[in-house]
Design a protein. Structure first.
Length: 351
């Protein structure tokens, strides 16, 4: 389930910053402990670094799975956490974190979503994925007005003449998705080869051949316009010939870079842009705020997905004491506990 801007603060047990593998597995461990979760991620889909940077790259060190891709791992984790009905807030950056008088935390995103929770779990990997800015002079003046690095609302581009710059999956996917509602979509790439899924490339070329989409090969070198509104872009081809193409909006997909981002302003102790935690439960310098996965640091830390899974399990044990102070924590195995199997919707053989 996906939720966008909330009119009133959303109330939940825990908010997880980051929907990569470790954030997703946290939903499972917290769910077994009767803790409900919302997740915030700047990307438009789950999986974090696995799904965004190496969706087809093989991973060999997930226990009991000899090999899987980042996409496959994400899909399996999403299937595993279905019984707990997490709510995702994609395409949003966790911007501020404030302690409330009643001990809860208020997290606000850059889109204005407000979530109030007893617990905060920072599972942001190396930080936030930030879009790489094209090396275009003066592009900052157009950002957020007519130059964008993500699609927050498709309807914003309805009936507009759009340039989509880039040659990867994001560029191709959005070119195909926006084509039906845009006045014109022009895909711009420096060469006539693409890093996107072959099926997407084939669909794009078919649309270009049918005249439903334009494709321009060349280097995107300048933006033309005024007061934040683009009117055209300049392209330079291999022969060094420059030409201008009219457009109203630009979507630039030049990849992502990792930055700690607003997490650095959450008031947590930091060490070399990482969050120190204890190794008993991976709590930070702030009680009820945890950090798991690549974002944390402690003696002997290994930046492995399986390490993050271990951290999530111990974090959830401590989280239980905060959310259910009147209940005694009881360690159980999913293989033998009818209580846990009931939460997972599992029927025992012969039942």
């Amino acid at each position: 389930m996906t939720e966008t801007v909330a009119q009133n603060p959303i109330q939940t047990d825990a908010v997880i910053v980051g929907a990569g593998p470790v954030g997703l597995f946290s939903v499972f461990e917290l769910g077994l402990n009767d803790i409900k979760c919302h997740l915030v991620d700047i990307l438009d889909k789950p999986g974090g670094q696995c799904a965004e940077l190496y969706p087809e790259k093989p991973i060999y060190d997930i226990p009991a799975i000899p090999v899987c891709t980042g996409t496959e791992l994400t899909e399996r984790l999403m299937e595993q956490i279905k019984p707990f009905h997490p709510i995702f807030h994609f395409g949003q950056m966790a911007e501020t974190l404030t302690k409330l008088p009643d001990g809860k935390w208020r997290l606000t995103t850059d889109l204005g979503t407000v979530i109030e929770a007893r617990l905060v779990i920072v599972a942001a990997g190396g930080g936030s994925f930030m879009p790489k800015r094209p090396p275009i002079k003066g592009i900052e003046d157009y950002e957020g007005k007519s130059v964008f690095y993500a699609v927050r609302k498709m309807d914003h581009f309805r009936d507009k003449n759009i340039v989509i710059a880039g040659g990867g999956d994001s560029a191709l996917d959005w070119a195909l998705n926006l084509q039906p509602i845009a006045k014109l979509v022009t895909l711009v790439h420096r060469r006539d080869e693409f890093r996107a899924a072959p099926d997407s490339v084939s669909k794009m070329r078919a649309m270009v051949a049918e005249g439903k989409m334009d494709l321009k090969i060349g280097n995107f070198t300048a933006i033309n316009g005024a007061d934040g509104q683009v009117t055209s872009i300049t392209l330079v081809d291999d022969a060094k010939n420059a030409s201008d193409f009219p457009c109203e909006s630009i979507l630039a997909f030049y990849g992502l870079t990792m930055k700690l981002g607003p997490v650095a302003n959450f008031g947590l102790n930091l060490h070399e842009n990482l969050i120190p935690v204890n190794t008993a439960d991976f709590e930070t310098s702030e009680p009820t705020v945890f950090a798991i996965g690549d974002i944390n640091t402690y003696p002997g830390k290994m930046k492995l997905i399986l390490s993050g899974f271990h951290e999530a399990a111990l974090m959830a044990k401590k989280a239980f004491t905060y959310i259910h102070p009147d209940r005694r924590y009881r360690f159980q195995y999913t293989t033998s506990s009818s209580d846990l199997q009931g939460k997972l919707g599992v029927e025992k053989d012969g039942a």
